[in-house]
Write a protein that binds this ligand. Structure first.
Ligand code: ZN
Length: 325
């Protein structure tokens, strides 16, 4: 995956090209319908040259040139009118009049049209499903966690509410704090939902996010490493892997459900370790308690996670099963 910014810039460039192409077609159309138009174009271009010479050498009658331009323009307007075409038919075409398709306003700030393109690409690259895009802090239903047996004297709703507070602060201070979260707990206790809430808020704030299950992520890495992709797939997989390392927020879901091999453990370690070194935030979610991580992956990976990730525990009943019942 290319960066959302460079994709947006390429799209902007395409808009400019398409508009220039459209203008060329319109000119050809008018030339075809009104052969005298070619002579007017030639006259206007002669006037242009004369005008610039006038600035350099002086001596040529500026008023005459201006008159000639006016006459040629009037003829051009008349041709368009006779053909039943709007008077601005041959003007330069801009999809965004505000920035004239440059993507930037007069102060050099990104124009709304470019921002829209970037955010569209950021969301497409995030790999969140349509359902996950709806899972936001605003839609989070704490009532689901009520009326469950307490855990060590704390209500489930209280524990989840605390987790949510932490998740909100993670999202709102995302750029400053470079935190990492290790979400753990049984299946269906809300880990993926909470990571979607964070992902959506971080995306909304203009950062890049990539969500992927550990199973799929390691499958991509392994197929790439052992040359199991055809050419097209390989190019896509290479983008994805680069994105896994570079994205502002990486969410690895369901760690522990992938095929655990010496290769997958080393690959996972490399991702986690590189991102820590580069100070890029990562969220890991897993059914495994932190101690189980040591058993499965060894102390090297476990100490990275325990040393640099904040634990976020999920408790309670399986919400997916509750909804079905
Ligand atoms: Zn614009």
């Amino acid at each position: 995956m290319e960066s959302a910014y460079s994709i947006a810039n390429a799209e902007m460039e395409k808009i400019r090209r398409d508009n220039a192409e459209l203008l060329r077609k319109r000119e050809a159309e008018v030339r075809e319908k009104a052969p005298e138009f070619a002579e007017i174009e030639a006259e206007l271009s002669r006037c242009g040259i004369a005008l610039s010479r006038c600035f350099i050498d002086g001596g040529i009658d500026l008023e005459t040139i201006k008159n000639n331009i006016r006459t040629a323009r009037a003829k051009k307007a008349k041709i368009l009118k006779n053909l039943g075409l709007p008077e601005n038919y041959l003007d330069e075409i801009f999809s965004c009049k505000k920035c004239r398709d440059t993507g930037f306003d007069e102060n050099g700030h990104r124009c709304e049209c470019l921002k829209k393109l970037i955010s569209k690409n950021i969301c497409t690259n995030s790999n969140l499903t349509g359902i996950m895009r709806q899972q936001t802090f605003n839609n989070f239903d704490l009532k689901l966690f009520e009326n469950q047996p307490d855990i060590n004297g704390h209500s489930v709703a209280e524990i989840i509410q605390r987790a949510m507070k932490k998740a909100i602060s993670f999202s709102e201070n995302f750029e400053d704090t470079k935190r990492n979260i290790y979400m753990y707990g049984d299946a269906g206790t809300g880990k993926t939902y909470m990571s979607s809430c964070i992902a959506n808020r971080v995306l909304e704030r203009g950062f890049t996010v990539y969500y992927q299950s550990a199973f799929k992520m390691l499958d991509i890495l392994e197929k790439l490493k052992f040359g199991r992709y055809d050419d097209d797939e390989q190019a896509q997989a290479e983008y994805t892997v680069k994105y896994i390392y570079d994205v502002d927020l990486l969410i690895i879901d369901d760690v522990g459900t992938e095929f655990i091999t010496a290769y997958s453990t080393a690959a996972l370690f490399d991702i986690i370790n590189s991102r820590l070194t580069e100070e890029k935030s990562t969220i890991i979610s897993s059914n495994l308690s932190p101690t189980k991580i040591t058993d499965l992956y060894g102390t090297r990976l476990a100490s990275r996670i325990m040393g640099s990730y904040e634990p976020m525990r999920f408790v309670g009943r399986d919400l997916r099963r509750m909804k079905k019942d």
